[in-house]
Write a protein that binds this ligand. Structure first.
Ligand code: CA
Ligand code: CA
Ligand code: CA
Length: 211
């Protein structure tokens, strides 16, 4: 019985340890360089718990060459039921060509080396730096930078809700951007791990009493 429980619990614990899933909003995809003109095509996709209000949060662009802030975008609205909120760039008339746009703002993030930071009232929630940073350049992401996507490509998390705080591991280049859709890492309910561990602890106590 003890071994059976261990067989069920251990993979759950290992999976949870290896693949952190965070409830806070994360930057799940960035598209900063269209094949043609960028206006109306650039976007940032944010993953979070459905219903999370985004007011008070900002997206910042950080220039890799000197660390200056190129944009500060005040967010508003709430994360929709599918967990993916798309901040899309204005093509000049208040609308955007980005599919599934949830919020349209005027912005265009730069090609790498640069960073995009998601900031809450208490500090940085998530950050992605991309490109090759030379000596003296400013990386404002996490861990090591992600690759620099070529024109027409996007930079996306392998799983929208998987964040190891290491941009090079978490992000890959997509040949075709996916605003508003993303693979999610499915994990067992957190409660099942707690139940497993409680069961193991109970059996250990029972084992000592009868042993
Ligand atoms: Ca751009
Ligand atoms: Ca992170
Ligand atoms: Ca996506």
């Amino acid at each position: 019985m003890f071994l059976q429980l261990l067989r069920i619990c251990l993979p759950t614990a290992v999976l949870l340890g290896a693949a952190p899933v965070k409830a806070m909003p994360l930057i799940s995809e960035i598209f900063y360089d269209a094949a043609g003109a960028d206006g109306g095509h650039v976007f940032v996709e944010i993953w979070g718990t459905a219903g999370t209000a985004l007011s008070g949060l900002v997206l910042e662009g950080v220039n890799g060459s000197n660390g200056s802030i190129t944009h500060t975008l005040a967010l508003s609205g709430t994360i929709p039921g599918d967990g993916l909120f798309v901040v899309a760039s204005d093509r000049g008339d208040g609308a955007s060509d980005v599919p599934e746009a949830d919020l349209v703002l005027a912005f265009d993030f730069q090609n790498g080396p640069d960073s995009v930071v998601l900031r809450g009232v208490d500090g940085v929630l998530d950050a992605v730096g991309y490109g090759v940073f030379g000596p003296g350049q400013v990386f404002a992401g996490e861990g090591f930078p992600a690759a620099d996507a070529a024109a027409g490509e996007s930079l996306a998390r392998h799983f929208a809700n998987r964040d190891t705080d290491h941009n090079a591991l978490d992000f890959g280049v997509l040949a075709a951007a996916t605003p508003g859709t993303a693979p999610l890492m499915l994990l067992p309910e957190p409660g099942s791990l707690v139940l497993c561990m409680a069961g193991l602890a109970g059996l250990a106590v029972f084992g000592r009493r009868v042993g």
